[in-house]
Design a binder for this molecule. Structure first.
Ligand code: 13P
Length: 253
Protein backbone atom coordinates (compact mmCIF):
# COMPACT_ATOMS: atom_id res chain seq x y z
CA UNK A 1 0.00 0.00 0.00
CA UNK A 2 1.30 3.44 -0.92
CA UNK A 3 1.81 5.80 2.00
CA UNK A 4 -1.32 7.85 2.59
CA UNK A 5 -0.54 11.40 3.67
CA UNK A 6 -2.44 14.28 5.25
CA UNK A 7 -0.20 17.32 4.87
CA UNK A 8 -1.06 20.72 6.32
CA UNK A 9 0.29 23.80 4.58
CA UNK A 10 -0.13 26.70 6.97
CA UNK A 11 1.26 29.16 4.41
CA UNK A 12 1.87 32.59 6.02
CA UNK A 13 -0.63 32.15 8.84
CA UNK A 14 -0.59 31.94 12.65
CA UNK A 15 1.71 33.44 15.24
CA UNK A 16 4.04 31.07 17.07
CA UNK A 17 1.62 30.90 20.01
CA UNK A 18 -1.38 30.22 17.77
CA UNK A 19 0.54 27.66 15.73
CA UNK A 20 1.75 25.77 18.79
CA UNK A 21 -1.81 25.75 20.13
CA UNK A 22 -3.07 24.43 16.79
CA UNK A 23 -0.48 21.64 16.78
CA UNK A 24 -1.26 20.71 20.38
CA UNK A 25 -5.00 20.69 19.72
CA UNK A 26 -4.56 18.30 16.80
CA UNK A 27 -2.05 16.07 18.59
CA UNK A 28 -4.24 15.81 21.67
CA UNK A 29 -7.19 14.57 19.64
CA UNK A 30 -7.62 10.86 18.95
CA UNK A 31 -5.52 10.68 15.78
CA UNK A 32 -3.19 7.72 15.51
CA UNK A 33 -1.62 7.46 12.04
CA UNK A 34 -0.69 3.90 11.11
CA UNK A 35 2.62 2.85 9.56
CA UNK A 36 1.15 3.30 6.06
CA UNK A 37 -0.04 6.81 6.91
CA UNK A 38 1.75 10.07 7.60
CA UNK A 39 0.65 13.41 8.97
CA UNK A 40 2.86 16.33 7.98
CA UNK A 41 2.70 19.95 9.12
CA UNK A 42 4.38 22.49 6.83
CA UNK A 43 4.82 25.41 9.19
CA UNK A 44 6.48 28.82 8.69
CA UNK A 45 10.30 28.81 8.90
CA UNK A 46 10.55 30.48 12.35
CA UNK A 47 8.45 27.71 13.94
CA UNK A 48 10.25 24.68 12.50
CA UNK A 49 12.41 23.90 15.52
CA UNK A 50 9.71 24.49 18.12
CA UNK A 51 7.22 22.44 16.07
CA UNK A 52 9.71 19.59 15.78
CA UNK A 53 9.91 19.58 19.59
CA UNK A 54 6.12 19.55 19.91
CA UNK A 55 5.74 16.43 17.73
CA UNK A 56 8.75 14.62 19.20
CA UNK A 57 8.05 10.99 20.00
CA UNK A 58 4.87 10.86 17.90
CA UNK A 59 5.03 8.09 15.31
CA UNK A 60 4.33 8.96 11.67
CA UNK A 61 3.96 12.68 12.34
CA UNK A 62 6.47 15.08 10.76
CA UNK A 63 7.26 18.76 10.29
CA UNK A 64 7.98 20.21 6.85
CA UNK A 65 9.35 23.46 5.50
CA UNK A 66 7.23 25.27 2.92
CA UNK A 67 10.13 26.16 0.66
CA UNK A 68 13.92 26.27 0.37
CA UNK A 69 16.39 28.11 -1.82
CA UNK A 70 17.83 26.55 -4.97
CA UNK A 71 21.46 27.41 -4.18
CA UNK A 72 23.57 25.66 -1.58
CA UNK A 73 24.63 28.81 0.33
CA UNK A 74 25.83 32.34 -0.21
CA UNK A 75 24.72 35.94 -0.61
CA UNK A 76 20.96 35.39 -0.80
CA UNK A 77 19.64 37.66 1.93
CA UNK A 78 16.51 36.37 3.59
CA UNK A 79 16.62 32.91 2.04
CA UNK A 80 16.78 29.50 3.73
CA UNK A 81 18.99 26.68 2.44
CA UNK A 82 18.44 22.94 2.43
CA UNK A 83 21.56 22.56 4.59
CA UNK A 84 19.95 24.81 7.20
CA UNK A 85 16.78 22.69 7.18
CA UNK A 86 18.85 19.53 7.47
CA UNK A 87 20.80 21.00 10.38
CA UNK A 88 17.57 21.44 12.39
CA UNK A 89 16.40 17.92 11.55
CA UNK A 90 13.69 18.77 9.02
CA UNK A 91 12.92 15.82 6.75
CA UNK A 92 10.27 17.23 4.40
CA UNK A 93 9.97 20.31 2.21
CA UNK A 94 7.21 21.56 -0.08
CA UNK A 95 8.70 22.44 -3.46
CA UNK A 96 7.13 24.35 -6.34
CA UNK A 97 3.87 25.37 -4.73
CA UNK A 98 1.77 27.31 -7.26
CA UNK A 99 1.96 30.40 -5.03
CA UNK A 100 5.75 30.29 -5.31
CA UNK A 101 5.57 29.69 -9.04
CA UNK A 102 3.12 32.58 -9.55
CA UNK A 103 4.22 35.13 -6.96
CA UNK A 104 7.96 34.43 -6.91
CA UNK A 105 8.46 33.40 -10.53
CA UNK A 106 9.76 29.93 -9.81
CA UNK A 107 10.39 28.01 -13.03
CA UNK A 108 10.36 24.26 -13.56
CA UNK A 109 14.18 24.46 -13.79
CA UNK A 110 14.60 26.24 -10.44
CA UNK A 111 12.23 23.70 -8.90
CA UNK A 112 14.37 20.89 -10.31
CA UNK A 113 17.43 22.42 -8.61
CA UNK A 114 15.57 22.58 -5.28
CA UNK A 115 14.54 18.94 -5.64
CA UNK A 116 18.13 17.91 -6.26
CA UNK A 117 19.36 19.73 -3.17
CA UNK A 118 16.61 18.20 -1.00
CA UNK A 119 17.34 14.68 -2.23
CA UNK A 120 21.06 15.25 -1.75
CA UNK A 121 20.44 15.96 1.94
CA UNK A 122 17.86 13.23 2.47
CA UNK A 123 14.85 15.55 2.69
CA UNK A 124 11.65 14.32 1.05
CA UNK A 125 10.34 16.92 -1.39
CA UNK A 126 6.59 17.37 -1.68
CA UNK A 127 6.56 18.43 -5.31
CA UNK A 128 3.54 20.50 -6.34
CA UNK A 129 2.07 20.68 -9.81
CA UNK A 130 -1.23 21.85 -11.24
CA UNK A 131 -2.85 23.99 -13.89
CA UNK A 132 -4.50 27.43 -13.91
CA UNK A 133 -8.17 27.87 -14.74
CA UNK A 134 -7.43 29.07 -18.29
CA UNK A 135 -5.57 25.83 -19.01
CA UNK A 136 -8.37 23.71 -17.57
CA UNK A 137 -10.89 25.65 -19.69
CA UNK A 138 -8.78 25.07 -22.80
CA UNK A 139 -8.77 21.34 -21.95
CA UNK A 140 -4.97 21.08 -22.04
CA UNK A 141 -4.40 20.34 -18.34
CA UNK A 142 -3.04 16.83 -18.88
CA UNK A 143 -0.26 18.00 -21.22
CA UNK A 144 0.48 21.02 -19.03
CA UNK A 145 0.97 19.01 -15.85
CA UNK A 146 2.88 16.29 -17.71
CA UNK A 147 5.30 18.98 -18.86
CA UNK A 148 5.78 20.18 -15.27
CA UNK A 149 6.80 16.65 -14.31
CA UNK A 150 8.95 16.28 -17.38
CA UNK A 151 10.92 19.47 -16.75
CA UNK A 152 11.27 19.18 -12.97
CA UNK A 153 11.34 15.47 -12.19
CA UNK A 154 12.38 13.31 -15.09
CA UNK A 155 16.11 13.87 -14.71
CA UNK A 156 15.81 11.82 -11.50
CA UNK A 157 16.77 8.17 -11.56
CA UNK A 158 14.59 5.26 -10.46
CA UNK A 159 15.81 5.38 -6.88
CA UNK A 160 15.44 9.15 -6.53
CA UNK A 161 11.95 9.41 -8.00
CA UNK A 162 10.62 7.06 -5.32
CA UNK A 163 11.76 9.51 -2.65
CA UNK A 164 9.38 12.20 -3.94
CA UNK A 165 5.81 12.91 -2.90
CA UNK A 166 3.72 14.58 -5.59
CA UNK A 167 0.87 16.97 -4.84
CA UNK A 168 -1.56 17.80 -7.63
CA UNK A 169 -3.06 21.18 -6.83
CA UNK A 170 -5.24 22.73 -9.54
CA UNK A 171 -4.76 26.47 -9.06
CA UNK A 172 -8.44 27.18 -9.65
CA UNK A 173 -9.28 25.08 -6.60
CA UNK A 174 -6.78 26.62 -4.18
CA UNK A 175 -8.36 28.82 -1.54
CA UNK A 176 -11.45 29.26 -3.71
CA UNK A 177 -13.77 26.79 -2.02
CA UNK A 178 -14.13 25.27 -5.51
CA UNK A 179 -12.85 21.73 -5.05
CA UNK A 180 -12.10 19.54 -8.04
CA UNK A 181 -14.70 16.81 -8.17
CA UNK A 182 -13.45 13.42 -7.08
CA UNK A 183 -13.72 12.34 -10.75
CA UNK A 184 -11.55 15.26 -11.89
CA UNK A 185 -8.99 14.50 -9.18
CA UNK A 186 -8.94 10.79 -9.98
CA UNK A 187 -8.64 11.46 -13.71
CA UNK A 188 -5.58 13.68 -13.26
CA UNK A 189 -3.97 11.42 -10.64
CA UNK A 190 -4.38 8.41 -12.94
CA UNK A 191 -2.85 10.43 -15.76
CA UNK A 192 0.11 11.39 -13.58
CA UNK A 193 0.62 7.79 -12.55
CA UNK A 194 0.56 6.74 -16.22
CA UNK A 195 3.12 9.40 -17.08
CA UNK A 196 5.32 8.16 -14.22
CA UNK A 197 4.83 4.56 -15.37
CA UNK A 198 5.90 5.42 -18.92
CA UNK A 199 9.08 6.98 -17.58
CA UNK A 200 9.96 4.64 -14.69
CA UNK A 201 7.79 1.55 -15.03
CA UNK A 202 4.50 0.75 -13.33
CA UNK A 203 5.98 -0.82 -10.19
CA UNK A 204 7.72 2.42 -9.36
CA UNK A 205 4.74 4.57 -10.38
CA UNK A 206 2.51 2.52 -8.10
CA UNK A 207 4.79 3.28 -5.15
CA UNK A 208 4.66 7.07 -5.43
CA UNK A 209 2.17 8.92 -3.24
CA UNK A 210 0.15 11.50 -5.16
CA UNK A 211 -1.76 13.95 -2.95
CA UNK A 212 -4.64 16.18 -3.99
CA UNK A 213 -4.72 19.83 -2.90
CA UNK A 214 -7.33 22.53 -3.40
CA UNK A 215 -10.16 23.27 -0.96
CA UNK A 216 -9.92 19.90 0.79
CA UNK A 217 -12.23 20.00 3.82
CA UNK A 218 -13.44 17.63 6.46
CA UNK A 219 -16.64 17.21 4.51
CA UNK A 220 -15.09 16.22 1.15
CA UNK A 221 -11.95 14.36 2.24
CA UNK A 222 -13.48 10.87 2.42
CA UNK A 223 -14.81 11.15 -1.13
CA UNK A 224 -11.54 12.55 -2.52
CA UNK A 225 -9.21 10.20 -0.64
CA UNK A 226 -11.45 7.28 -1.56
CA UNK A 227 -10.34 7.55 -5.19
CA UNK A 228 -7.89 4.80 -6.11
CA UNK A 229 -5.07 7.12 -7.21
CA UNK A 230 -5.56 9.82 -4.56
CA UNK A 231 -3.19 9.10 -1.67
CA UNK A 232 -4.24 11.89 0.67
CA UNK A 233 -4.18 15.66 0.58
CA UNK A 234 -2.16 18.85 0.86
CA UNK A 235 -4.43 21.15 2.79
CA UNK A 236 -4.35 24.92 3.24
CA UNK A 237 -7.29 26.69 4.88
CA UNK A 238 -8.87 23.66 6.54
CA UNK A 239 -5.55 22.69 8.14
CA UNK A 240 -5.77 25.82 10.30
CA UNK A 241 -8.90 24.54 12.07
CA UNK A 242 -8.18 21.62 14.43
CA UNK A 243 -11.51 19.81 14.05
CA UNK A 244 -11.34 20.08 10.25
CA UNK A 245 -7.80 18.77 9.97
CA UNK A 246 -8.49 15.93 12.40
CA UNK A 247 -11.45 14.91 10.23
CA UNK A 248 -9.17 15.05 7.16
CA UNK A 249 -6.55 12.86 8.87
CA UNK A 250 -9.26 10.35 9.73
CA UNK A 251 -10.37 10.26 6.10
CA UNK A 252 -7.04 8.72 4.99
CA UNK A 253 -7.22 5.21 3.57
P1 13P B 1 -6.59 25.36 0.28
O1 13P B 1 -6.79 24.05 0.97
O2 13P B 1 -6.75 26.54 1.18
O3 13P B 1 -7.39 25.45 -0.99
O4 13P B 1 -5.04 25.41 -0.16
C1 13P B 1 -4.51 24.35 -0.85
C2 13P B 1 -3.05 24.53 -0.91
O5 13P B 1 -2.54 25.40 -1.58
C3 13P B 1 -2.21 23.63 -0.10
O6 13P B 1 -0.89 23.74 -0.45
Amino acid sequence: MRTQIAAANWKMNKTLQEGTQLLNDILSSDIDPSTTQKVIFAVPFPYLTVSNDVIKGRANIHIAAQNCHHKISGAYTGEVSVDMLDSIDIKYCIIGHSERRELFDESNQVIAEKLNLCLGKGLTPIFCCGEALSIREAGTQNDYVENQLNESLFHLNKVEIQKIVIAYEPIWAIGTGKTATSEQAQEMHAHLRNVLAKQYGSDIANNISILYGGSVKGSNAVELFGQPDVDGGLVGGASLIPSEFVQIIKALK
